[in-house]
Every structure is written in structure tokens, then in C-alpha cells.
Design a protein. Structure first.
Length: 585
């Protein structure tokens, strides 16, 4: 989601607390639409990133520096000239607009003390960073907007700055109850949409949160809400507005089932009660973490696109091959009929008339019935028998060969299905590297450098997930097939417990037993992990097999991740990570 007015309010509160009274010591422009201010305050040096990117506008405090171009752009030079040693007086936000005003006190060319404002507008593709003097005149902007681009407002040096009021929205912090009800419940729109189109700074996500807190459907028409429901929603909205006024923020990130961040907010998102939620001390930490993880997730998805294409193509090819082999294998089932024809012709062929197209003979395999055998009229009964025996022998050889080939193809399909599953859950380049290595070992992709040769690519190191239960037991989860083998057969000892989703692709899960009997809660925790890291993650319940590690065997020459076990226990678990702590790598 993009920054909404409430998230900006939380950010402004934090920036004002950290930066008010701080002095600017450095101005840099690492990107064409981005400014990095280094400021020195009571807490030491801090960096403030201000980005007017059309795709990712944001602002946050960070400890990280960014390399700048050798030649500073004109906007950066102007800021250095005016505010290079200025002092930040305050950071404010007009209403709940997605706008941040940074008021700066500095000396002008004449040595007189004056004030200017650096204004960051966080408005998607219309985002901008504008430098304004004390009289409200634009001195410069990181993006120049002329009349040809916008008929509403020009953003050029010498023009007066104003915030365009292009939408008739009410201020959530000052709107009265009567106006709130009149604006929201008069619109023939879904309730959530009526909320975020009527009030400044309310995002679709926060509008749905308001509906959830009020136990009202976000898709219900606003005009259909009863009077009692209207007053209830008004009260819930008032409580949210009061939290913003009191600066009572709780920055958080909500993670989806795959572990990727899906939402962030400055207030608790109670509608995601079943999701994994991480809270933070500041909005800066939320923004830096969210966009870094989102960027990493997108980058990994882009890097894995080639592997996904290769795996999908190979899986389609192997699946078609398997279907054809299974059909051919089914056709060999009639071989026994040809053997019986041959044997009966050897026994009763003398009764066949020369040139006959068929002969009916007793069937000693079924004494109550006779059998009609088709004949080639140009051949004798003995020659027809030989022809049937030849067909039987050919089908038998075909059946033997196809049985082996079908097993190999089925194994390839299973392996590719598992690889596709692990690719969907890969989070780092190291995990992708191990998956690529497995595909290379399977002959699906070509190795670019021979093993051992100078310059040969070495797979990056990736470690299994390590969870710690409330009882202090360590649980490890493999991230791919190579890691599953390593975890099960090299890391785990015979007395440890091994878990896996039954008959579906998934990770090997190992619980270190510490030589003790595990509590029931640990078995349940491990089963939940096995269910979560499997293709059954979207299901309500998943059947899990579990057994002591010593009972798990790997057949000679078996593909990575493939194991067998004959004595096991089973239980049903819900894919859920609640109560489990992911240890640091």
C-alpha cells in the first residue's frame, strides 16, 4: 500500500521528535528524485531520506548512507546554498494530507536570519519535493511542472505555492459527526469506498479496517447502513481520529502466507488477526523494512522468473510424456489375451478349417466358456499361434520397459512439482542458487562452468529455517530438496523426530529431541510447521506423517528430497506459525 494520511501523521510525529532543533550538516541528491539530509541533533547524526519517486514516494530516518553523483544536480546545489547549515524548527502536516512541511531557519545572502520550507508531497505519480521561501514563493522543485503538464497548478520557480484542493474531502480530525454521516452515508457506493472518497488521508486499507472494527461489510452499500450502524461507525471513526490526535501510534507490518509483507500502517490492523504482524518502534523502521523486504521479494521473483519458466516447461513436457507412457502401458494389459490365444491354438488348432477367419475352441482357463479366436486366413493354425506368441512377447518387453520408464518419468514429475513449490517460497538468492544446483544435477539446465575449474560457480550457502518453541526445543525446516537431504541425513541424529506433509510436496522438518521425550505441544508445533511449509498451506488442515529420524531411509540413487519410511505416526495440523519464534540466522 502507499503512504496514507494516518501513516504520514505517525511519521511526522516521529520526525518532529527527532529533528526539531537539529542542524543540517549535509545535503545530497543520490537519485534524480531523492534528497538525503544529514542532520546533527541531541542524539547525534541522523539521516533523513526524502523521495519524490513516482513509484515509491516516501520519507524516513535511516542510518544508511547512499553514494551521490560526482556532480551535484542544480536542486541539490540550491539547497546546499540556502539550508546547508540551517536549523530545522518543526516538521508539520496540513490536516491529514500526504504532505510533509519541514520548516528551516537559515541565513540568506545578506546574512539575515530567515525561514524557508522544504515540502514533500507524497502523492504517487504527482509526488514532488518543493523548496519555498517564507512568503510562500517557490524557489525550486525537484520536478518542474509546467502548464502543459498540469492545468491545475504550475510548480516552477517564482510561482506561489499552494496545495491543490482537487477533491472535496473533509478533514478527519475536525469533521463533525453530522457532516461525517452526511458525507459517507449519502453516497451510492460500497461503504469502504464511501469512507476513503469522503475523508482526507484515509486509504482503502484503513477504510476496510474501520468497517471491520464496526462489524460492517466493506462492500455493503453506504446507503443501506441502518441508523444504528451509522452512529456505531461514527464512534469507531472518532476513536481512530482521537488516536491520531494523541499521537498514539503503533507502527506495524502485516505479512502474507508466503512471508512477504502485504500491508503496513501506523495503527493496528485488527482485520488481519490471523496473519503474522510485526510491530515497530517507529514509522521510519516500518517504511525502511517494508520497502526493503518488498523490493527484495520483487527482486527475487524477477531473478526466479527464468527458473520458474524452465521448471514449468520441463514439468509440462514430463507430464505429457507420463500421460503417453501410462496410456501405452495400459495397452500392454491385453498381452495375456494373446498368450492364451497362442496356447489354445497349439492345443486345439487342428479343429480350425483351412482359410477360416476364426475358430471357437474350449477355454481351459475358464471351463464353462468357449473362446472365439480371430485368425489370419492366409496362415495355418500353427502360424497364427506363433503370431500371437510374438505379439505377447513384444507387449511383455514393452510393459517391462515402460514400467521402468514410467517410474523414472513419475519421479521427474514429482521432483519438478516439488521444485516449483520451493521456488514459490524462495526468499533469498542463496535459496535460488541451491534450487538451480538441483536442476543442474537433474540435467534440466546446463552447468556453465565445470566443477573444480577456476571460475566455477559455487552455490551460495543457505541455512534451514530455525524455529524455537515455547518449551525451548529447536525445530529446523528445509528450504529446498538439497537442504532437505542435508537436514535429514547429515544434521539430524537417529533419536530426533522427522515430520512431513503426507503425499504432498513440502519441507522436511526436524525436531532436535535433546535425548528427552518431547512434550505433546512440540509435536503439534512441528506438525504446524510441516503443514505451513508445504503445498497444503492454503488448506485449513493438513495430514502430517512423523517418525523418528532413524526410521527414514533414502534409496540408493534416489533423487534429492526423496525418502521412504514404513512405520510412522500421523496427525492433522493447521498451517500456522503462532507461538513459534524464528531464530536469527
Amino acid at each position: 500500500m502507499a503512504l496514507d494520511g494516518i501513516a504520514v501523521a505517525g511519521l511526522v510525529c516521529e520526525l518532529n521528535r527527532h529533528l526539531a532543533g537539529a542542524r543540517i550538516s549535509k545535503v545530497a541528491q543520490p537519485e534524480s528524485d531523492e534528497i538525503l539530509l544529514t542532520v546533527k541533533g541531541n542524539a547525534g547524526n541522523e539521516r533523513l531520506l526524502l523521495s519524490a519517486s513516482a513509484s515509491l514516494p516516501l520519507a524516513y530516518l535511516t542510518s544508511k548512507n547512499k553514494p551521490s553523483p560526482l556532480t551535484a544536480p542544480p536542486f541539490c546545489m540550491l539547497l546546499r546554498k540556502h539550508i546547508g547549515s540551517g536549523r530545522i524548527l518543526a516538521v508539520t502536516q496540513p490536516s491529514l494530507e500526504r504532505v510533509i512541511h519541514i520548516e528551516i531557519e537559515h541565513y540568506n545572502d545578506m546574512g539575515d536570519l530567515c525561514r524557508s520550507e522544504l515540502i514533500l508531497e507524497l502523492m504517487g505519480k504527482h509526488s514532488n519535493l518543493i523548496f519555498v521561501n517564507s512568503e510562500g514563493m517557490i524557489l525550486d522543485a525537484i520536478k518542474h511542472i509546467g502548464a502543459q503538464t498540469s492545468s491545475v497548478r504550475e510548480v516552477l520557480p517564482g510561482r506561489d505555492y499552494f496545495l491543490p484542493l482537487t477533491q472535496d474531502k473533509a478533514d478527519p480530525l475536525t469533521v463533525s459527526g453530522e457532516e461525517f454521516r452526511a458525507r459517507v452515508f449519502s453516497k451510492p457506493q460500497p461503504l469502504a469506498k464511501a469512507l476513503y472518497t469522503s475523508l482526507t488521508g484515509i486509504s482503502p486499507c484503513m477504510a476496510e479496517e474501520l468497517c471491520f472494527r464496526a462489524s460492517l461489510g466493506p462492500e455493503t452499500s453506504a446507503r443501506e447502513i441502518t441508523e444504528g450502524g451509522q452512529y456505531h461507525l461514527q464512534r469507531i471513526f472518532g476513536e481512530m481520529a482521537d488516536s491520531v490526535k494523541r499521537h498514539d501510534f503503533s507502527p506495524n507490518i502485516v505479512y502474507g502466507p508466503s512471508g512477504t509483507p502485504v500491508e503496513f500502517a501506523a495503527l493496528p490492523l485488527t482485520m488481519y488477526a490471523d496473519a503474522q504482524v510485526q510491530t515497530f518502534d517507529s514509522m521510519s523502521a516500518v517504511l525502511e523494512t517494508y520497502y526493503a523486504q518488498k523490493s527484495e521479494s520483487d527482486r527475487i521473483r524477477q531473478k526466479s522468473s527464468d527458473l520458474r519458466r524452465i521448471v514449468t516447461t520441463a514439468l509440462e513436457r514430463e507430464s505429457k510424456k507420463l500421460d503417453l507412457q501410462q496410456k501405452q502401458l495400459k495397452d500392454t494389459e491385453k498381452r495375456e489375451k494373446f498368450r492364451i490365444y497362442g496356447e489354445l491354438l497349439h492345443t486345439y488348432g487342428y479343429s480350425a478349417e483351412p482359410g477360416a477367419e476364426s475358430v471357437t475352441v474350449p477355454n481351459y482357463y475358464d471351463e464353462d466358456r468357449e473362446l472365439k479366436i480371430p485368425l489370419d486366413p492366409t496362415l495355418t493354425a500353427s502360424e497364427n499361434a506363433k503370431r500371437y506368441f510374438d505379439r505377447y512377447a513384444k507387449l511383455k518387453r514393452t510393459e517391462e520397459a515402460l514400467t521402468e520408464l514410467t517410474a523414472e518419468t513419475q519421479s521427474a514429475v514429482d521432483q519438478l512439482t516439488e521444485i516449483r513449490s520451493f521456488l514459490g517460497r524462495a526468499r533469498t538468492e542463496a535459496e535460488l542458487s541451491q534450487i538451480r544446483e538441483e536442476l543442474t544435477q537433474a540435467g534440466i539446465i546446463r552447468r556453465h562452468a565445470a566443477p573444480g575449474r577456476k571460475g566455477a560457480a559455487r552455490p551460495a550457502v543457505s541455512k534451514p529455517y530455525h524455529y524455537v518453541t515455547a518449551d525451548g526445543y529447536d525445530i529446523y525446516v528445509g528450504k529446498n530438496n538439497l537442504q532437505n537431504d542435508e537436514l535429514t541425513f547429515k544434521f539430524a541424529s537417529g533419536g530426533d523426530w522427522w515430520f512431513h506433509a503426507k503425499k504432498i510436496p513440502g519441507s522436511h522438518v526436524v525436531v532436535k529431541s535433546k535425548g528427552t521425550e518431547l512434550p505433546d505441544s512440540v509435536f503439534e508445533d512441528a506438525a504446524r510447521l510441516a503443514a505451513y511449509y508445504s503445498d497444503g498451506r492454503a488448506s485449513d488442515k493438513v495430514e502430517i506423517d512423523y517418525v523418528q529420524r532413524r526410521e527414514v531411509k533414502k534409496p540408493a540413487g534416489a533423487r534429492p528430497g526423496y525418502v521412504i519410511y514404513y512405520t510412522n505416526y500421523s496427525m492433522v495440523a493447521r498451517p500456522d506459525l503462532t507461538g513459534l519464534t524464528l531464530a536469527e540466522a
